[in-house]
Design a protein around this ligand. Sequence first.
Ligand code: ITT
Length: 191
Amino acid sequence: MKIALATTNIGKIKEFKELLTPLNFSIITKQEAGITQEFKETGNSFTENAQIKAKALFQLLHMPTIADDSGLEVDALNGRPGIYSARYSKEGTDYANNQKLLKEMENIKDRRARFVCAICFINSKGKVFNILKTVQGEIARNIKGTGGFGYDPLFLYNGVRFSDIKIDAKNKVSHRGKCIKDLILNIKNWI
Ligand code: ITT
């Protein structure tokens, strides 16, 4: 089955393909479909933004579509950067975002945080389904690790950074991995 994926984030694409390709889902990314336009994330929640991106791509391709909106909520920052995780720093790069977070957390003892992932699936008839999952962790005091993407070099899960574990190990416990597993369980009924 062919499914369009409304993301340009290479880290996300890898994680989706890792879980879905072995199950014979053929993932066609927005870029592979030749779509260059940016979908504006104007929603007030992860779920709203995932729906905006999924609906925008579905309207262009008319095929089953998945979109992911995700981010990091830090307790001591009242849930920031939250839905603004990709645009947290002025530059908006992973490097600058991580540096800004470290700086903001410099003198903060409470390091609790969670990744949140909203997945929106739209079937071939245009029906919309939503999934929301989280993974709880802590913000490290320095940046380390070479794997993963985004805030992974700062995110400690059970004391180990997401940037220090393999993609399949991350997918087993992560916000996105949990969403994709839920999608796999339900997709036969949703198609
Ligand atoms: P698309 O909208 O094209 O999917 P994006 O990178 O702009 O790509 P989001 O708006 O959902 O995606 O922003 C999510 C940000 O949250 C992303 O840039 C990462 O910095 C961070 N993030 C989400 N999931 C993550 C993960 O598993 N590991 C590390 N950082 C993550």
